[in-house]
Design a protein around this ligand. Structure first.
Ligand code: EPU
Length: 293
């Protein structure tokens, strides 16, 4: 396959994806690729199309459950320097999709730019956060986006303005593209206040969520007007264990990998939770995490 010869980025064969997910779960990727630049990415997309190779793009792997058989295709991680740049354009931060939210928040704070602090503690990349419209404390990243540069699966680049992008609760129309970068609108404020604000959000997160063992954040979306965590808690499921997977005793919408959980253990526990919440409250929970079966 000639595309492999022409690639500038890194390619690994049969790479265990458990090394690339916060759940620490996931079988091998046939090809695990970090494209070197946009030309590499285009080459990969067009080759995948030509040879009918499935593609999965991952960020920090913080909101995904990948099965133990792995991915018989290309897993792309936009982790090379050209996808991780962050720079200032007036009051906007132009952030590459491979940069982490942590880096984005840090750069913004250093430049006394306010507005992204609520993202503190969310363990994802800019691209992942935009694809799912990540949020916390009543705010979502979509509210900050002025523009996004994306590539479609044919390798064409498009610049989308705010009005061309739809963001909803944990979803966005950007998902059908590969996100390259976004312009995040922020406002000049006092640096110390911004840093204090970040610390406040981090502390709130420490007090309410569970970072004790590998997990993927909230597993289910909140049903309208309700908290999935509270509903699961009221079903008495905190601490419930199936194989290596258990419901967190701190926050019931978190499932923890106790050490060697299989993807199947997580799925079984999710099914049990769904059944119990449906039985007790007649509410159907929907997964928040992406599931690659
Ligand atoms: N609660 C319980 N028991 C639990 C968990 C929560 O009774 O086990 C109660 C809390 O006491 C509180 C209410 O449920 O009264 C809501 O809980 P919390 O403030 O923890 O927020 P959440 O609705 O569970 C949402 C987002 C989080 C985000 C937080 C903070 C979803 C699915 N979850 O959680 O996002 O960090 O608000 O804004 O939208 C994520 O996306 O992965 C995530 C964790």
């Amino acid at each position: 396959m000639s595309w492999r010869r022409n690639l500038k980025g890194k390619i690994r064969l049969e790479e265990p994806l458990k090394k690339h997910t916060t759940f620490k779960i996931g079988g091998p990727a046939r090809f695990f690729i970090e494209p070197g630049d946009i030309a590499d990415l285009k080459l990969l997309l067009t080759s995948a199309k030509k040879y009918k190779i499935p593609i999965l793009v991952i960020g920090s792997g913080s909101n995904i459950l990948i099965n133990d058989k792995g991915v018989k295709g290309m897993v792309l991680k936009l982790n090379s320097a050209s996808f991780r740049r962050i720079f200032i354009k007036r009051n906007c931060l132009e952030a590459g999709s491979g940069a982490t939210l942590r880096q984005l928040i840090q750069v913004a704070a250093e430049r006394a730019l306010s507005g992204a602090q609520f993202l503190a503690g969310i363990p994802g990349t800019v691209g992942g956060a935009l694809a799912m419209n990540a949020g916390a404390w009543g705010k979502n990243i979509g509210e900050l986006v002025q523009k996004a540069t994306v590539m479609d699966y044919n390798g064409n680049i498009k610049v989308l303005n705010k009005k061309d992008i739809r963001f909803g609760y944990r979803k966005s129309s950007l998902r059908k593209f590969i996100i390259l970068s976004a312009c995040i609108k922020l406002a000049k404020k006092n640096k110390k206040e911004i840093k204090d604000n970040i610390n406040k959000y981090l502390e709130r997160r420490r007090n309410t969520q569970d970072a004790s063992l590998p997990n993927a954040g909230c597993i289910f979306k909140n049903p309208p007007g309700k908290s999935a965590g509270r509903l699961i808690d009221l079903c008495g499921l905190k601490g419930k264990r199936i194989g290596g997977a258990s419901v967190s005793v701190r926050h019931a919408n978190f499932i923890l990998n106790q050490g060697n959980a299989k993807a199947g253990d997580i799925l079984k526990l999710m099914r049990l939770i769904k059944t119990e919440v449906k039985r007790k409250f007649n509410i159907t929970l929907e997964p928040e995490i992406r599931i690659w079966q």
